[in-house]
Design a protein around this ligand. Structure first.
Ligand SMILES: *Cc1c(COP(=O)(O)O)cnc(C)c1O
Length: 385
């Protein structure tokens, strides 16, 4: 096993010698300041304003989704997308145990219960084989497919494109379709990631993006619902804007709904960031290439490259350390001591306090990945052209 000191040296060789190198720092220039100032000057800072529509239109064009609906964050986007996919109280929703807690929380907010499934060693995303095992063991009933492990209806499947690397989404959608279960993609981390020509988040019935401060593009906080379905898009807009009926002055609402719309001020930041997305994506690829070359000759550690047939946005670059958690922790210790902000994967969701009592599938791969992956500094500014 390579000593943790050589990992520090290798990262330093790529990112230079700034005393502190963050994991992922937002890149804000005068363009962002200009758009935000325009928004402030207009006084349309809240949920009505031209930047929201412009941001939605540009995201739809960039991803190829027919519709994009801007909301307050990725978690609310996922909750509403699940409700629109037909998930109701008492359902199970299949999610990867290796994900950020928002994936499971959104399922809970929709009144359902996450059913945790294993990950794929190559893509780091939900394992299609593991999902297939759950679906083939399920019972078909008039109400839908019933999970053999819980007796609850399987309302949806939520794959996630981990660190920006696309999971086997086309295979998963084909499998899910054959059982009549909708797929809602958590593409929070994968803006700019594609499978062939097709953007992640556009394979399922609905997909969601996040624009949190640590994502590849930020609006401060924000999210987006993607869909090709006109009616689902109309419902998404209605549900996230208090279900208010259009009228010149009357306040008439036709159902209990949410105040989840993205403020114009955040969309102004998003419009500027989206103009710069091609620049961010190019820098991320350069950085990934430099890391990949630098780690190629180091035994005991491997750079995690994009899965074959896909184009990753390389939101977070990561390495896999041979061995078990003590070896991973030695790398985390040495890098963080040296001013290199490195982070492990999230603790698996089936081990988190609100979720550890739930029935679940076996998750050996996710546990191995958690014990061995280290995310390394990934800001676009680290790879100037
Ligand atoms: C960031 C993220 C979300 C959404 O997060 P918000 O902070 O609510 O925008 C959801 N799922 C995953 C996997 C994420 O990384």
């Amino acid at each position: 096993m390579t000593g943790p000191e050589s990992v520090v040296r290798t990262i330093r060789g790529v990112v230079g010698d700034d005393p502190f190198v963050g994991l992922h720092i937002p890149d804000i220039t005068d363009l962002e300041k200009q758009r935000v100032r325009e928004c402030l000057d207009s006084t349309f800072v809240s949920s009505v304003g031209a930047f929201v529509g412009e941001f939605e239109q540009s995201i739809a064009e960039f991803t190829g989704a027919a519709h994009a609906v801007a909301v307050s964050n990725g978690t609310s986007a996922l909750q509403v997308a699940l409700e629109l996919a037909g998930v109701t109280g008492g359902d199970d929703v299949i999610v990867p145990t290796l994900s950020f807690v928002a994936t499971a929380n959104a399922v809970s907010h929709a009144g359902a219960q996450p059913f945790f499934v294993d990950s794929d060693e190559e893509t780091l995303g939900l394992s299609v084989e593991a999902v297939s095992e759950v679906l083939s063991a399920a019972r078909s009933t008039p109400e839908g497919l019933v999970n053999a492990a819980t007796g609850r209806r399987i309302g949806a499947i939520v794959p996630m494109h981990t660190l920006g690397h696309p999971m086997h989404i086309a295979e998963l959608v084909t499998l899910a379709d054959s059982y009549g279960v909708p797929v809602v993609e958590d593409a929070a981390e994968s803006l700019g990631s594609r499978v062939g020509p097709r953007h992640t988040g556009t394979f399922g019935a609905l997909g969601i993006l996040s624009f949190n401060g640590n994502k590849i593009l930020t609006t401060g906080g924000g999210g987006m619902i993607l869909t090709d379905d006109d009616e689902l898009a109309r419902r998404a807009r209605h549900l996230t804007t208090t279900a208010k009926l259009p009228h010149r002055w009357e306040f008439e609402h036709d159902e209990i709904a949410y105040n989840y719309r993205m403020p114009n001020l955040n969309a102004a930041l998003g419009v500027a960031q989206l103009e710069r997305l091609p620049e961010f994506l190019a820098a991320k690829r350069r950085l990934a290439r430099r890391y990949q070359d630098a780690f190629a000759d180091l035994p005991g550690i491997r750079f995690l490259a994009e899965p074959s047939g896909t184009e990753s946005n390389y939101w977070l670059c990561a390495v896999r350390v041979d061995g078990a958690q003590p070896e991973r922790d030695a790398v985390l210790e040495a890098t963080n001591d040296a001013g290199l902000q490195c982070r492990p994967f999230w603790n698996p969701l089936h081990l988190q306090a609100p979720y550890r009592h739930l029935p679940r599938a076996a998750t050996p791969v996710a546990e191995r990945l958690h014990a061995s992956v280290v995310c390394i500094p990934s800001s676009p500014a680290l790879a100037p052209a």
